[in-house]
Write a protein that binds this ligand. Structure first.
Ligand SMILES: C[S@@+](CC[C@H](N)C(=O)[O-])C[C@H]1O[C@@H](n2cnc3c(N)ncnc32)[C@H](O)[C@@H]1O
Ligand SMILES: Nc1nc2[nH]cc(C(=O)O)c2c(=O)[nH]1
Ligand code: SF4
Ligand SMILES: [Mg+2]
Length: 210
C-alpha cells in the first residue's frame, strides 16, 4: 500500500500501529484476575519518566496494521479485549471498537485520558498523568480511576483527580513498580485512613506473566 493510503487509513482508525498483542490475565484494577486479550497500540507523547513500556512511545517503530485483521484474530482468544498502549486515544478508536462490538466482545481501555475520548467502551480505566491532564469528558465516563503512586505528593494529586470523576467511579491507588517497596506501606496506611480508595497492584508482574 502507498504511504498516503496508509496514512489515510491510520487517520480513519482503519489501520493502527500495533506494538504487540497477547492473551493474559488482566493484572490491574477492577478486572484483575480476569482473562483478557490485550492489544497494545504504539504512540504516546505523555512522557511519564517511570513508564514501563517506553518502547511503545514512537509510533513509527510499530507497523500500521489493518484493524479488521487485529479484530478477527482477537476474537479467537477471549470475549474480553483490553486496548492499551502507548496511549490508545492518540488514535481514533471509533472503528476498532465498532468492529469488536460487532463480534459481541467486551471492550476495555487503559488510558491517560489526555486526548479526545473516541470509541464505544464497556470499561474505561482512567490513569491520569500530571504532565497532560485528562479531558473533562473522560472524567465523566471513567469506570475506574487508577492513580500511580511514585512519591508522597501523588496522594494529593490522587485526591484532586478523585474530585473530578463521576460518583460511580471506583478509586484505586497503584504503586509505581520501581518504588513499590517504599510506597506499598504508604498506600496501605492511606487506604485504611481513607477507605474510599482501594489498592491496585500490578499482579501480572508478581505472576511473571505478560
Ligand atoms: C503503560 S500504560 C498504557 C495506557 C495509557 N497510556 C495509560 O497510561 O493509562 C498502562 C497502565 O500502566 C500504568 N503504569 C505504567 N508504568 C507503570 C509503572 N512503572 N508502575 C505502575 N504502573 C504503571 C499506567 O498508569 C496505566 O495505568
Ligand atoms: N497482565 C497485564 N495487565 C495489564 N493491565 C494493564 C496493562 C497495560 O499495560 O495496560 C497490563 C499489562 O501489560 N499486562
Ligand atoms: S501515558 Fe501511559 S504509555 Fe504514555 S508514558 Fe505514561 S504510562 Fe507510558
Ligand atoms: Mg503494563
Amino acid at each position: 500500500m502507498e504511504k498516503e493510503a496508509i496514512l489515510a487509513k491510520v487517520n480513519a482508525g482503519e489501520m493502527l500501529p500495533l506494538m504487540e498483542e497477547f492473551y493474559t490475565i488482566q493484572g490491574e484494577g477492577f478486572h484483575k484476575g480476569t482473562a483478557a486479550y490485550f492489544i497494545r497500540i504504539g504512540g504516546c507523547d505523555v512522557g511519564c519518566h517511570w513508564c514501563d513500556v517506553k518502547e511503545s512511545w514512537n509510533a513509527d517503530t510499530h507497523p500500521p496494521t489493518e484493524v479488521r485483521s487485529i479484530v478477527e484474530n482477537a476474537a479467537k482468544y477471549s470475549d474480553t479485549i483490553v486496548i492499551t498502549g502507548g496511549e490508545p486515544l492518540t488514535w481514533d478508536m471509533t472503528f476498532i471498537t465498532s468492529e469488536l462490538k460487532k463480534k459481541g466482545l467486551k471492550i476495555h481501555i487503559e488510558t491517560s485520558g489526555a486526548y479526545k475520548l473516541t470509541g464505544d467502551w464497556d470499561w474505561i480505566c482512567l490513569s491520569p498523568k500530571k504532565m497532560k491532564l485528562p479531558t473533562e469528558e473522560v472524567y465523566k465516563k471513567a469506570h475506574e480511576l487508577k492513580v500511580i503512586v511514585y512519591n508522597l505528593h501523588d496522594f494529593k494529586f490522587a485526591e484532586e483527580q478523585a474530585e473530578k470523576v463521576n460518583k460511580d467511579c471506583i478509586l484505586y491507588l497503584q504503586p509505581e513498580w520501581s518504588k513499590r517497596d517504599k510506597m506499598i506501606p504508604e498506600i496501605v496506611d492511606y487506604v485504611m485512613k481513607n477507605p474510599k480508595w482501594k489498592v491496585s497492584l500490578q499482579t501480572h508482574k508478581y505472576l511473571n506473566i505478560p
